[in-house]
Design a protein around this ligand. Structure first.
Ligand code: RB5
Length: 147
């Protein structure tokens, strides 16, 4: 599975830890974030990662800023993106099972590295349930994009 990852200046170190973890697990990671010492705006990283997801080049995206919030606001403006800002494992699991989220966001100033790596593992390892009632609700979210 290919995963796109992005970050702003609040999270280059955590991004590198997540990237190394995913690569160790055998995932191919496309890094669209900025490096240590650089400053960058979270909407730019969100757009770059989400474009990789909506184009089909990457199956899932991960976005890390200070809180995860700015990344999720930006990502959820993009058609086809369902971005989940999570700092707990239950939400990370349900974001996949029920909402078929395709982007995970979290904050480097909110969660430590251990929690971040577990959130990532849960997110990439949990499939969408495929349940009809969940799909119906996701279709309604998609319909909102065209209002
Ligand atoms: C940058 O200082 C900070 O505002 C950003 O990383 C993020 O937390 C925004 O939501």
């Amino acid at each position: 599975m290919k995963i796109a990852i992005g970050n702003d200046h609040a999270a280059p170190e955590l991004k590198l830890a997540v990237k190394a973890h995913l690569e160790e697990r055998g995932f191919e990671v496309t890094d669209m974030g900025c490096t240590v010492g650089e400053r960058c705006d979270y909407p730019d990283a969100a757009a770059a990662v989400c474009d990789k997801v909506t184009s089909g080049e990457c199956e899932l995206g991960i976005l890390i800023c200070g809180t995860g919030l700015g990344m999720s606001y930006a990502a959820n403006k993009i058609k086809g993106i369902r971005a989940a800002c999570c700092s707990d494992y239950f939400s990370a699991r349900l974001s996949r099972e029920h909402n078929n989220a395709n982007v995970l966001c979290f904050g480097a100033r909110v969660v430590g590295e251990g929690t971040a790596l577990d959130l990532v593992d849960i997110f990439v390892d949990t499939p969408f349930s495929g349940d009809e009632r969940h799909q119906r609700r996701i279709d309604k979210i998609t319909a909102l994009e065209n209002r």
